[in-house]
Design a protein around this ligand. Structure first.
Ligand SMILES: [Zn+2]
Length: 140
C-alpha cells in the first residue's frame, strides 16, 4: 500500500518536471498535451512520446493585477500563451520578468518552480513556468 503510493507520487513528479507531449511521425506534428490519436492522420498516425525542449516565444500575454487570496502576494504577474519551438501552444506564468518588459515574440524557456507544499515533509508540487532566455536590460 505505502509502496504503491510512493510510486504514484514519483510518476507524478517525473511528469511535472518535463513538458511531456507526443509527436506523430507520419505527419510530423507535435502535440501538447499528448493526444491519444493524431487528428490529421487518424489510423495512419504513429504517435511517439516526446519531451519538449521547453524553448519558445510569447504568443500573447496578459498582466494579472487581481488574483485570488492565495496568489495575492504575486500580483501583478504575467500569464502568457507560449508557442513552443516545436509548434504547440500552452499557457503559463512568466517569471523573472518585469510586467513592463514582456512583449510578443519574446524568447522564453521553461523553468520548474515549486508551486505549493502540503504539510511538513509532504508532497511538493512542481510545475512549469517560463522565464526570458535573456535578461531584459534597461530596468534594474
Ligand atoms: Zn499525424
Amino acid at each position: 500500500m505505502a509502496e504503491k503510493g510512493v510510486a504514484q507520487v514519483w510518476r507524478r513528479i517525473k511528469s511535472v518536471y518535463n513538458i511531456q507531449g507526443n509527436h506523430c511521425t507520419t505527419c510530423g506534428t507535435y502535440y501538447f498535451p499528448p493526444r491519444p490519436v493524431c487528428p490529421n492522420c487518424r489510423r495512419k498516425g504513429n504517435l511517439e512520446e516526446y519531451r519538449f525542449k521547453g524553448l519558445g516565444k510569447v504568443h500573447t500575454f496578459a498582466i494579472v493585477r487581481q488574483a485570488p487570496e492565495e496568489f495575492k502576494r504575486q500580483v501583478p504577474y504575467i500569464i502568457a500563451q507560449i508557442e513552443l519551438d516545436e509548434g504547440p501552444r500552452l499557457t503559463a506564468q512568466i517569471v523573472n520578468c518585469d510586467p513592463e518588459d514582456v512583449h510578443i515574440g519574446m524568447r522564453v524557456r521553461a523553468c520548474f518552480r515549486k508551486i505549493r507544499e502540503f504539510g511538513q515533509g509532504g508532497i511538493i508540487v512542481y510545475g512549469y513556468k517560463f522565464e526570458p532566455t535573456m535578461k531584459v536590460t534597461g530596468h534594474d
